[in-house]
Design a protein around this ligand. Structure first.
Ligand SMILES: [Mg+2]
Length: 229
């Protein structure tokens, strides 16, 4: 008997901002607002990226430089992240999925520091995210841009499928916003939570109305048995 899309899944990948973490839509925006970056300068860099005039890594570096200029140290950024929260039921949902035997991943254009702040137990098998580096005194030293944000998120899921020896049909994605559209459309099973845009709901196989990630568990009964070799 043919399996339905959710019954084929072996790996579940998540977006971070707005999906696993609440009280921010995009962490970059929240940080710039907190540290008082010049919004016009920020919008110019964003426009340059979306017009193809600068690569993602240059946009990332530009945002880091702006935050560093405004005094965004490691401690100050962590203080900002303390105002955010893991989504309701996030830890329980991750634990439940793990117990059922799923591989877990994050594919995000957010920051590793935010993930580590709210998910310190490293509950993920794979993390594709921007990395930020600090000097010993906490000042921003630089970073490493993820190649897997926005349109690249779908490539991120393909990369994880390759690493795990899976088909894309065996990989699910859970996200909330338009930067997830490419990967929601590529995933074998796509779930929209905390939806920010109607297009996100249209791209998903399932939409969670409850703002509680434990509502994911009934959608993931456990990965199918491995085929005999
Ligand atoms: Mg998001």
């Amino acid at each position: 008997m043919a399996l339905s899309p959710n019954e084929r899944v072996r790996l579940v990948a998540f977006d971070l901002d707005g999906t696993l973490v609440e009280r921010t839509v995009y962490v970059w925006q929240t940080l710039h607002e907190r540290f008082g970056s010049d919004p016009a300068r920020r919008r110019r860099a964003q426009a340059d990226y979306f017009a193809g005039r600068i690569p993602y890594a240059a946009w990332f570096q530009h945002d880091l430089d702006m935050l560093a200029e405004r005094g965004a140290t490691r401690a100050a950024m962590l203080a900002c992240f303390d105002d955010m929260r893991p989504a309701t039921g996030a830890h329980e949902a991750l634990r439940g999925l793990r117990q059922r035997g799923y591989r877990l991943a994050v594919i995000s254009g957010s920051l590793d520091l935010l993930l580590e702040r709210h998910f310190p137990g490293r509950p993920f098998d794979h993390v594709l995210i921007n990395r930020i580096l600090f000097h010993a005194d906490g000042r921003i030293a630089g970073g490493q841009a993820t190649p897997y944000d926005l349109e690249g998120k779908a490539d991120g899921l393909r990369e994880l499928a390759r690493r795990e020896g899976l088909a894309l049909e065996e990989c699910a994605f859970v996200g909330d916003h338009t930067n997830d559209l490419s990967v929601l459309r590529a995933a074998g099973f796509a779930v929209a939570v905390n939806v920010k845009d109607p297009e996100v709901a249209r791209a998903a196989h399932r939409v969670l109305d409850a703002h509680d990630l434990r509502a994911l568990l009934p959608l993931f009964p456990g990965p199918p048995p491995c085929p005999p070799r």
